[in-house]
Design a protein around this ligand. Sequence first.
Ligand code: GLU
Length: 507
Amino acid sequence: MAKTRVRFAPSPTGFVHIGSLRTALYNYLYARNQGGDFILRIEDTDRERFVEGAVENLISVLEWAGLRPDEGPRWGGACGPYFQSERTETYRHYAQELLKKGYAYYSFDTPADIEAMRARAKAAGNPYAKYNFANRMEMRNSLSLPPAEVEEAIADGTPYAIRLLVPEGRKFEVEDEVRGHVVFDSKEVDDQVLLKSDGYPTYHLANVVDDHLMEITHVIRGEEWLSSVPKHLLLYEYFGWQPPKMAHLPLIFNPDGSKMSKRDIQSLEALPPGKVDPDVASYIRRGYEKSAILNCIALLGWNPGEGDDRQVFSLDELVQEFSLGRINKSAAIFDLKKLNWLNKEHIMRRSPESIAAAVRAMPEAEALGEIDQAYLLGVVGLLHERLHFIGDFWRMAGYFFKDPESYEAEALQKRWSPETAPLLQELSREFEAAGVFAAAEIEQALRTVAERHDLKGSLLIHPLRLAVTGLSVGPGLFELMELLGRETVLRRLTLAIKQVPMILGIG
Ligand code: GLU
């Protein structure tokens, strides 16, 4: 059997859409799962839609995601060049071949002629209003005009396009890997322009020629391309080539069922209700785990199997599990809640060492100077399961590195009474006297003082946490105090006992 070869064939027309990254990911997963090749081909023949910087942006997203192509513009390969704009000679050659065989023809119509034709067709009740067998003989082309006139027009330099000759009354059938048996009727199909008057091919010609020349075995792409299939099948037939297998991926919608659009999105923090941002870069910037983004995108249209409710997958696990047969037909919903949940799950899967390395690389770490690795790992250990983003770390970890500069005002009001300071003073003495300053001994000291005064432990625990961390919530108090160490805790208690009554005006 031929080696599996798949391709991601984006048109660089702007930002990288979630749907685009899904197409890239599924192609990558399928290639790796099958031991095949993953090819990146840039479909940049639509010069009007070309956006400066879009290709670089695309490649940097693929690199960020770790979806490394085996062949592509930056990677080379035996089937290059991988920019379609550098292959125009090839497309012209194949367009000529179709002309010669009578499978394509010249059309000299102006945009206005075509507009007028569509208006006429609609007025006459033809819902398709296509340029095809229904009306091609009324138009200005090499089928309707006498040969001499055609030759003259070409010799004069009259702009022309080359169109695909779609026969009347044909059915085009495909066994799509996702959608099953799909049938198209030639009345739904345009005599597609293959080569434009600027000499550039349209998507359809270039795509089919390249898929053939690049020996693509499976075309995996978004459902929006399904309607192109009949044109492509006809091209394969005309060229006498074997079409690749096809898999059309379900559409992706906002939670409210609408189409994803970047237009009304300001930021991920302030998404309009029911909407999500389609721009992959927004999620990268926000600091989502790469593995969580890829996991979330993988689940947009794919699942590991009936009755298999696993949701959390690394890229390697996805490669292991992926199959075209488990791609859903129905549209997918991209939901930020799911991504947030997956992000936390992926953080939980990370080793403390990798989190420590990540937070060390952040600017906040630099400001702290030398950080002891064992101590940092201790902090990571305490905060790990509370992290929603690795980027939150320093905001949560401040008190492990600096004495509190303030205390949560509302919590102070609620938790600190005139009796608190003398009790904390007493507690300080117990801490000083304790043999070892470890979680169990710290807790024991607290219970001793509470019992001595016949108080509930919580009456001490809350102000103690405030005094030591400045905050009302955080990881296990006794564990974090153990990590801070006796000296730091005693210093902070002395500080709070002095400052808080002044802050509250009860001193
Ligand atoms: N250039 C098309 C796109 O922008 C590729 C469609 C295909 O994969 O055939 O998505």
